[in-house]
Design a protein around this ligand. Structure first.
Ligand code: 5GP
Ligand code: ZN
Length: 111
């Protein structure tokens, strides 16, 4: 676990999340500030700063994250969805623990 990384803390259970999936290597939880009516994040438990920091030995992990997207989207009631990986501050990344956004279902309903 990387100290002061919010997604490492979510992965270890130190910070709560609305979890929708977990296995040995990956978890998925709803984004705290959704940009769509369904907006969740697929996050490896292993701390990797960003896509730029991925190496060949991360290939299976990245593939597993991609393959999870349609399964979890379907379970959330989505027929179609968008996937997004922001990379680097200039790419809009705010949390420097790699994650994939999955968004669908139109605009979020107002709280
Ligand atoms: P990024 O801009 O790094 O691609 O996206 C980070 C995402 O993480 C943002 O959409 C933000 O709302 C979400 N986020 C930040 N902190 C938390 C948190 O503590 N819990 C959850 N569930 N999502 C978070
Ligand atoms: Zn981390």
């Amino acid at each position: 676990m990387t100290i002061n990384c919010i997604f490492c803390k979510i992965a270890s259970g130190d910070i709560p999340s609305k979890k929708i999936y977990e296995d040995e290597d990956v978890m998925a939880f709803h984004d705290i500030n959704p940009s769509a009516s369904v907006h969740f994040l697929i996050v490896p438990k292993l701390h990797i700063d960003s896509l730029v920091h991925c190496e060949t030995h991360h290939q299976a992990l990245l593939g597993n994250m991609l393959l999870l997207a349609p399964k979890l989207a379907k379970a959330q009631g989505l027929v179609g969805f968008k996937t997004l990986i922001n990379t680097g501050a200039e790419g809009g990344q705010e949390v420097f623990h790699i994650h994939m956004h999955v968004l669908g279902g139109g605009k979020p309903s107002k709280a």
